[in-house]
Design a protein around this ligand. Sequence first.
Ligand code: CP3
Length: 359
Amino acid sequence: MTHSAPVSARRDLADAPLLVAARGGRPARTPVWFMRQAGRSLPEYRQVREGVPMLQACLTPELVREITAQPVRRHGVDAAILFSDIVLPLYAAGVGLDIVAGTGPVVADPVRTAADVERLPSLDPEQVAPVAEAVRLLLDELDRTPLIGFAGAPFTLASYLVEGGPSRNHERTKALMHSEPRTWHALLEKLADTTLTFLRAQLAAGVDAIQLFDSWAGALSLRDYQEFVLPHSRRIFAGVAEVADVPKIHFGVGTGELLGSMRQAGADVVGVDWRIPLDTAVRRLEGAMPDAPPPVVQGNLDPALLFAGWDAIEAEVRRIVAEGRAAGGHIVNLGHGVLPTTDPEVLTRVVELVHSLEG
Ligand code: CP3
């Protein structure tokens, strides 16, 4: 595979607020974007997605271009995030799975034994060529708005594969981890390879930053995270750094106890959900790596608060921006994805409010 220079060297994005903040600099305005900003909260999304299955949509470059650009046009957010899904590279590699509306990813043959792991196909970059094509289309359209590429981290992908679908307690996943650690590590190694191939394909096509979603890592104890997960996520960040000098964001839900380790995995920016105050998160990140530059954080507005009325939302946004000043840099975001029934006009107002505040 050939790797082009990071796109920020090709397009004039040197002062894009998101990239400046991600590198620990002082942007002209506080950057803001929303996880799951492209999706069911937008009528224009529901219209273009009508009749097209989710994973097929992710492999249709023109549709990915349109859906990715929709929230940038509507809300004026400081970043676009590629419309895709964490299970897309597994699907593209030939794993039997589907995304079921209202449920999430469902896997036909769950992966539970050493033989299952052995059979798991690896990803050839050609299998995600439509995603690379979508990135190229987007670079033309987005002009000076950075494009964030993303992938799922090995633990969260493993959870879907082992459980066979979404899981509240991740009991089969934890059982495999503890009862057959060699099989577990073999599985996570394969998944890390797939994730890295997927991210490198996006980077070669020109994404300006990447986010690694370990959404369900917060289900783990710190000790288990460090032993069973961290080495694999670290290999992904190192593999990204080898090919591109772009900001690397790492996020999971309920990861208050894991934040320091998630930074140690190699993230430049650590995503924080709403369960801990942003300044507390900053202190934990500093404590975990006292000799590193001041930590950069992303977050952490509770997505459910977007239903609480403007006065409550405004107070919360102001508090979060103020708490973010404790960090080396702050990218405003939700603590998890936009809920499908969110009023999109509220999201636009949040963007306007953040942009009006001193960072
Ligand atoms: O942020 C963005 O705007 C980019 C789009 C994006 C999607 N999935 C589109 C999507 C991103 C970043 C993801 C990542 C993803 N997918 C994660 C990590 C982020 C997180 O929320 O923690 C996870 C855990 C998944 C797995 C997944 N895919 C779930 C849980 C669901 C929701 C199922 C449902 O219907 O409630 C999906 C499907 C999915 N991915 C949708 C979208 C817009 C909804 C499908 C649809 O519109 O038909």
